[in-house]
Design a protein around this ligand. Structure first.
Ligand SMILES: Cc1cc2nc3c(=O)[nH]c(=O)nc-3n(C[C@H](O)[C@H](O)[C@H](O)COP(=O)(O)OP(=O)(O)OC[C@H]3O[C@@H](n4cnc5c(N)ncnc54)[C@H](O)[C@@H]3O)c2cc1C
Length: 292
């Protein structure tokens, strides 16, 4: 185990058991750091309160992507480059591969991990809408064992999560049942690279004849947490995607998001763009029946 004596202490246990042991002994003392692309920004700005850091980088148990017949398990320490390049992610969860390709620059994607993106809990992060649309399940681990939690239940409020002291995000589990669903993902930002989203969306759906049989929509930067648009989805289920259904969906969407004004955008702009992205998704979804 290496350590760096300084005002800040960074220890590298090298394996998962070592990291969990430290967290178990002093859960309020140690802050895990994976790629460091969030933590180091806080450090550079002089805002990093934690003084004792556990290095998770390259812990093998966190870096694997494992495929079974029915699901994919993505280790929390997988980088966005790994996700972007994974044939299994590209094939079964293309919206996640797309979100990975949007996450900052290539240099950022080489360091930034999916667990860091989730646990950092920015409402504008790029991977959450895809994780919500694909009904991801999180596997959390502590020295006491593991537990599973639907990702949709992870965010409790702005920057508040269900992660308990002493826990790490071990893996993200994704059911392999969406590869033949229509899919749509978009990020609006000032530019394609190195810009945090003003609004981002991921939607998947399937039609039975002309009607919506199922639809899942995740959205970012429109509420204190990433949101799954359950009310909009409920209104769309069973509907024929004509102008009226799309107008209704835009109206219901407005009632279930709560965008804010900030340095990147205004609430009014975000609301308008969110509705336009939803409509773009639904028009493509409606047209997909002609491709079957
Ligand atoms: C220049 C730049 C551009 C960026 N652009 C984007 C962008 O376009 N889209 C976007 O979504 N994000 C962007 N980000 C944010 C950032 O890169 C992501 O949020 C990244 O995924 C964080 O992962 P990390 O491994 O670097 O996290 P870290 O900084 O290592 O950690 C972040 C938080 O997660 C916790 N954590 C990390 N791993 C675990 C784990 N396994 N279990 C429990 N807790 C854990 C840490 O304790 C910390 O609280 C950008 C950042 C920078 C610096």
């Amino acid at each position: 185990m290496r350590s760096y004596p300084a005002e800040y202490e960074l220890v590298s246990p090298g394996d998962l058991a070592g990291a969990l042991e430290l967290l178990h002994r002093e859960p309020d003392t140690w802050l895990p750091v994976a790629g460091g692309t969030e933590v180091m920004v806080q450090y550079s700005a002089g805002k990093l309160e934690a003084r004792h850091l556990i290095n998770l980088w390259n812990i093998a148990e966190l870096r694997q992507i494992t495929e079974t017949d029915t699901s994919l398990a993505i280790g929390g320490g997988c980088t966005f480059t790994q996700l972007r390049e994974s044939p299994a992610v590209q094939h079964h969860f293309p919206l996640l591969a797309l979100a990975a390709s949007w996450t900052g620059s290539i240099a950022n994607q080489n360091r930034a991990t999916i667990a860091g993106n989730i646990v950092n809990a920015s409402p504008a992060a790029d991977s959450p809408p895809a994780l919500l649309a694909y009904e991801a399940e999180l596997e959390l681990i502590s020295a006491n064992g593991t537990r599973k939690l639907a990702y949709a239940d992870f965010h409790l409020g702005y920057k508040k999560t269900a992660l308990l002291p002493g826990e790490l995000l071990l893996a993200i589990h994704l059911p392999k049942r969406f590869s033949d669903w229509f899919r749509y993902g978009q990020k609006t930002g000032t530019r394609n690279a190195q810009a945090i989203s003003k609004v981002c969306i991921a939607g998947v759906g399937k039609l039975r004849e002309d009607r919506v049989e199922a639809v899942h929509i995740g959205m970012g930067a429109v509420a204190p947490t990433p949101v799954r648009l359950y009310s909009t989805e409920a209104a769309l289920c069973g509907a024929v995607l004509n102008d009226r259904a799309i107008a209704d969906a835009r109206r219901i969407l407005a009632s279930e998001i709560a965008p804010i004004d900030d340095i990147r955008s205004s609430a009014a702009y975000r609301e308008h763009v969110a509705a336009n992205l939803l409509e773009d998704f639904l028009r493509g979804f409606a047209a997909s029946k002609d491709l079957e």
